[in-house]
Ligand binder design. Sequence first.
Ligand SMILES: Cc1cc2nc3c(=O)[nH]c(=O)nc-3n(C[C@H](O)[C@H](O)[C@H](O)COP(=O)(O)OP(=O)(O)OC[C@H]3O[C@@H](n4cnc5c(N)ncnc54)[C@H](O)[C@@H]3O)c2cc1C
Length: 546
Amino acid sequence: MRVDVDVAIVGSGFAGSLTALALLRRGKRVAIIERGRHPRFVIGESSTPLANLLLEELADTYDLPQLRVFSKWGTWQRSRPDVAGGLKRGFTFFFHRPGEAFADDESHARQLMVAASPHDEIGDTHWYRPDFDQNLVREAEAAGAIYLDETSIDHVDLSTRPSLSGTRNGKAIRINASFVVDASGPRGFLARALNLPAPPLRWLPPTQGIYTHFENVARWDAGGPLQDVGRPSKGRHPYPPDDAALHHIFPGGWIWVLRFNNGITSAGAALTTPVASGFLPPLRFGETRRSLGEGGSRTSLWDAVLDTLPSVRDQFKDARVVAPWVHSPQLAFRTTQVAGPNWALLPSAAGVIDPLLSTGFPLTLLGIYRLLKILEAGPIDGALREYERVTLAELDATEMLVAALYNSMSDVAVFKRLTLLYFAAASFSEAARRLNRPELAPGFLLHAHPVFGPALHACCAIALASPQGRARDELITMIDAAIEPFDIAGLRDRSRRDWYPALAEDLIASASKLHATPGAIDTLLERCGFTDEGPDRSGAARSTAR
Ligand SMILES: Cc1cc2nc3c(=O)[nH]c(=O)nc-3n(C[C@H](O)[C@H](O)[C@H](O)COP(=O)(O)OP(=O)(O)OC[C@H]3O[C@@H](n4cnc5c(N)ncnc54)[C@H](O)[C@@H]3O)c2cc1C
């Protein structure tokens, strides 16, 4: 079989299919090559306001209204209830002391909740990838993509006219294309085929991951550990804590819990390798760690972690595993080469840092946007070199912040403060883009901003040095100073006791930081549905802030 196209995309995750859909809209002939078949289990599920805004922008730019509905919980639920997903109202953190049941006080010293939306209608989402990705690849096929699943490529030639050769259903196949996009994820197709260098990360220590999907995971906010804190008399949560990306943090690692509306919950742990090793029985001669986690046996890494976190163990006591366990002995990955004259890796193939802060989707979507512009104009060497530079710079900024957070998991106050660098940058970037002023927010995490970028770097560098005493207090002051010009969400207001609702008045009061008038912000909020709770007011009313 021989296929001739303009662009060959390797990998049919959401990123490959989205890229294909946009290219098809520009009249390109596209093939998507997938080694597996849909539906399939894959991790990476939690979206963010910036990811959803980018999805909207892609949908509008490339006239793909069928994608736009997925950018908000309300439109998704009304238009595509057949595609499973989860409601994400914000980022929820609980900080645990190993060996002790979770407990907190009225100051919320051991928790942090940052709302991303004021009500459910415009809430963010968790993508149940077996459904989500299958739907996108079907859309791409319907739009004219040649979709080749269960295809194994064993030879790639990236000379003037690239070609990929392999087998499909036992028959030889050759795909000729002008350009190859690698959307095959970390350590994927071109990383292996071209043996791309991937040195150890600079700031993040080696980390491992163990994860799967469960049924019957209890809601954390159903009582138990939260019964004594956050009662109405003591103020209401900014949103139901489980309708979020729920993080259980402990020294050297953390657990994510993401609930979908089909009864399934995604959960897993990311741990530094020294901490993971402490949980594991010593290896016997000839044994590898590949068998970890299978069948959820008592010796598995997951069980060992839960054994040190009694309240989380209670949350999972009736849970049943419904997908394969995955143990990733090296979670993070970053190549140093991202593009060549007629090929490019999407950011998700160029690197993965950590699920903490859900940075994978926005990084990938930003990269898709940039690459599409280059492919539309005709791949120019200089543009691809710039694509590589920006992709690596964004991965680096993410890595440094995530590494600083890992280094602060034993110091809850510093950890919480550091996350505010992320929340300030993310909310400022979203608002600037929505105001059509993207130049106000250069680079993911504002890392390319002349003021915020160096401040972010400096704060992370200090946090990585494990400051104590006065140096630690100075770091907290420094973080406050760094976020002040970009804080449009009341993040420095200590009276909120680390519960941050999404409030219109915060944005309006910060209009000048966005070079806008309060009236312009008001109009923006109305346009985005911030003030209108949508057709299903019951859910919205339940979780409206304050
Ligand atoms: C543990 C973990 C948790 C994460 N959680 C989040 C999160 O909550 N939020 C977030 O924003 N990001 C998260 N990420 C990052 C997120 O997973 C990625 O950004 C996202 O999955 C990228 O999607 P993709 O379509 O590029 O790649 P993938 O989803 O990895 O899809 C790649 C596809 O390529 C196919 N493929 C691979 N090799 C080949 C080959 N040689 N030939 C043909 N096909 C091939 C695979 O079968 C697969 O279908 C997480 C990452 C990890 C590791």
